[in-house]
Design a protein around this ligand. Structure first.
Ligand code: BDP
Length: 698
């Protein structure tokens, strides 16, 4: 009777809980398959997880919550060791050879079950390793895998797996489309929002071990005592989850909050100021990760203000944090209005001569492409080109240039495309991934109830973590995991949503930036099309700089006869791009300016191909709507409706992109939009007149 009542209560509880997306992929609803549930239940009848450290408490709580939910019965795990337990979770298990344990490193783990009655084992060298093992194990249950015979060994490929929040102290978020910053600086450190805990759980579940919590366009106030106390509260909470906190350092902080006259990195007083500041921070947060720095980029202060190099600036900060094992992550996202060269080339030109000049605790963080988080970019030529410098990948999870908060775009295919690109720097097979020491994603997290604004934005947060852990996972497998945990394991639902997600990035490329076009979005907020914009101060802020459409054709010539950005790549990597005949369609206008009547692989002219691609993009969004709608019966009403509404917006906006871009490019090509395609609904002037003064994220 008692048991039934409990089951009833749990059932009611799960009904009462609205599917608002807050629980992310850690939903832990009761497994529908009863025989699977009973199987798990008997295999997990008793659990031994000895110890009571903060990290083990976190692991225990997660297991209790997850198993109670998944199995539909209350599960409690004692703190004492039980050698008879059917699941043993223990550090450095004696049941595993020393050699095997060593191979797990600091953060890896092993999950082993030999079947029959022998106990299941989760072991690792550290408590955080155990926590990762617990989350991995729970994922097996959530996705309904067999746990009978397991021999899983997981070791993260990259040491630094990071989220970069672009959050301001007033809680606005630069390029944030999910509400305000989750960091409530006003009520910290006394009030600790439940969200901080759930954020840490989500990150730990995918192996994120570092977070930089402030905007790269930095505010020095974060480095003052009251704010450091607030940061400490977060760092203290995140520690148990294996997450280190980083802050963005404003290069001019010694002047702004230190009262010095200069921030020159070679000035002893400035060096001393940063050393003192580092000591002050580490006294408060002993495991502080270090600084993330944007310098001499888009108006931010930096060492070049004093005629010093990026290495001079980075090394000064590196020396300040080195005694505490801190790191400096120095961004390579630099370009200058004074340099007339192709923006594509500037970071490479700037950083190449500095290879070998950085302290060993400096990592250079490079965006995936040389321009700026475009829907598609060839990989950044700096990857593989700095053999003496640890390099981090910077991806953008927040979809600034990829439909922002309203378009369903699964980014794992974009991440994978870059990670698997061959730089040839150390011979064939030197993939971008093989050149990395860490990976960061610019966060898409905010105060929206579902964290990411668009429900499917959660998948991009998830994918970044999974790929930072293991870049060899496929985009498809990651999507399937996420769908199974976030929605259901129903095969037709999983198959439909997987197809939709995998296609979504290419669909967006088609209706936004096909055939290698880039940076043709409206300026400032970057919302919607703006290929006509030509009046901004800096040439490289104007979309016309990037598409170069004229009466002859369209595209940016980056070959030897143009800007020669191609020469920054290894010749074997550049080869395929250098000739329009061998250049893949997807990159064609990135590297070549081609006539409107150029014959594409499809047999269509370039103009007709543009028309075809834009229309294909729009039609494919209709297809996504069909796919989503046909799964309605398998989805909860709230999340179904939300995504349905957003897909409607996406469809409207895809048409807007198509019509505005084709009309504008038509003013150069002077060619008709071929008959089968829908003609633009409005005039070019209409599209040009649209204003969005309050578009989010800016
Ligand atoms: C650009 C964003 C800008 C960021 C900059 C950066 O538009 O808001 O500050 O990247 O990465 O794409 O620093």
């Amino acid at each position: 009777m008692k048991v039934n009542l409990l089951a009833l209560l749990l059932l009611l509880f799960s009904f009462a809980q609205a599917e608002d997306g807050y629980r992310l992929w850690l939903r832990y609803d009761q497994l529908k398959n009863a025989s699977l549930r009973t199987g798990y239940e008997s295999r997990l009848a008793t659990i031994s997880l000895p110890g009571n450290s903060p990290t083990l408490q976190v692991a225990r709580k997660e297991l209790e919550m997850a198993l109670s939910g998944l199995l539909g019965k209350m599960v409690r795990i004692p703190e004492t060791r039980n050698p008879q337990a059917s699941l043993q979770i223990e550090k450095s298990s004696a049941r595993v050879s020393a050699q095997e344990l060593t191979s797990l490193g600091e953060e890896g783990f092993l999950i082993r079950s030999t079947g029959g009655k022998s106990p299941l084992l989760i072991t690792a060298n550290s408590e955080v390793g155990l926590l990762y093992g617990v989350f991995h194990f729970l994922r097996l249950l959530q996705t309904e895998q067999s746990i009978e015979k397991l021999n899983i060994k997981e070791v993260p490929r990259l040491a630094l797996r990071m989220l970069n929040h672009w959050d301001n102290l007033d809680r606005t978020v630069e390029r944030g489309y999910a509400g305000f910053s989750i960091w409530n600086w006003h009520t910290l450190p006394t009030y600790m929002d439940q969200r901080y805990i759930d954020y840490a759980r989500a990150n730990a579940s995918i192996g994120i071990n570092a977070v930089s919590i402030t905007n790269v366009n930095a505010n020095a106030t974060i480095l003052t005592q009251p704010y450091l106390q607030k940061v400490k509260a977060l760092a203290d909470l995140f520690r148990a989850y294996g997450i280190k906190v980083y802050l963005t350092a404003r290069f001019s902080a010694p002047v702004e909050i230190g009262g010095l006259k200069t921030a020159d990195p070679l000035e002893p007083a400035v060096q001393q100021w940063w050393k003192d500041k580092a000591r002050e921070i580490y006294a408060i947060i002993p495991d502080f990760g270090g600084f993330l720095v944007k310098a001499n980029s888009e108006g931010q202060p930096g060492p070049q203000d004093y005629k010093r190099t990026h290495a001079d600036g980075a090394n000064m900060l590196a020396d300040a944090v080195a005694p505490f094992k801190g790191k400096v992550i120095w961004r390579a996202f630099v370009y200058s209005a004074e340099v007339p060269d192709d923006r594509h080339k500037q970071a490479y030109s700037e950083f190449l001569p500095l290879d070998g000049k950085f302290r060993s605790n400096v990592l250079v963080q490079v965006k995936n492409g040389a321009i700026d988080f475009m829907p598609r970019e060839p990989f950044h030529p700096l990857f593989g080109a700095l053999p003496k410098t640890p390099v981090m990948m910077e991806f953008q999870i927040t979809q600034e240039y990829l439909g922002q908060g309203t378009h369903l775009v699964y980014l794992a295919p974009l991440f994978k495309e870059c990670l698997e690109s061959d730089t040839y720097q150390k011979g064939k097979g030197t993939t971008v991934a093989s050149t990395l020491n860490g990976m960061a994603g610019v966060s898409n997290i905010g105060t929206d109830i579902n964290w990411t604004g668009h429900l499917f934005g959660q998948a991009n947060w998830y994918a970044l973590g999974r790929l930072a852990w293991n870049h060899e996972l496929s985009a498809e497998d990651i999507a399937k995991e996420w769908i199974r945990m976030s929605f259901s394991t129903d095969p037709s639902l999983v198959s439909d949503l997987t197809q939709m997600m995998l296609a979504s990035r290419e669909i967006l490329v088609n209706y936004m930036n096909p055939i290698g076009l880039h940076h043709i979005m409206a300026t400032g907020h970057h919302y919607g099309p703006g290929p006509w914009v030509a009046d901004l101060n800096r040439p490289e802020w104007n979309p016309t700089y990037y598409h170069r459409a004229d009466s002859i054709g369209i595209g940016f010539n980056r070959t030897a006869t143009g800007s020669d950005a191609l020469s920054q790549y290894h010749p074997d990597a550049a080869k395929k791009w250098s000739d329009p005949a061998t250049c893949p369609d997807i990159d064609l206008l990135w590297f070549h300016h081609l006539p409107w009547n150029f014959t594409m692989r499809s047999g269509r002219t370039l103009w007709n191909e543009l028309c075809y691609r834009y229309n294909l993009g729009v039609d494919s969004v209709s297809w996504m709507q069909t796919v989503w709608n046909r799964q309605q019966s398998k989805l909860d009403a709230q999340r179904f409706e939300q995504v349905k509404m957003l897909l409607n917006i996406q469809h409207q906006e895809a048409k807007w992109w198509r019509d505005a871009c084709l009309l504008y490019f038509q003013s150069f090509s002077r060619l008709p939009i071929p008959a089968p395609y829908e003609q633009p609904a409005k005039s070019l002037d209409y599209y040009k007149s649209l204003q969005f003064p309050y578009a989010p994220g800016h």
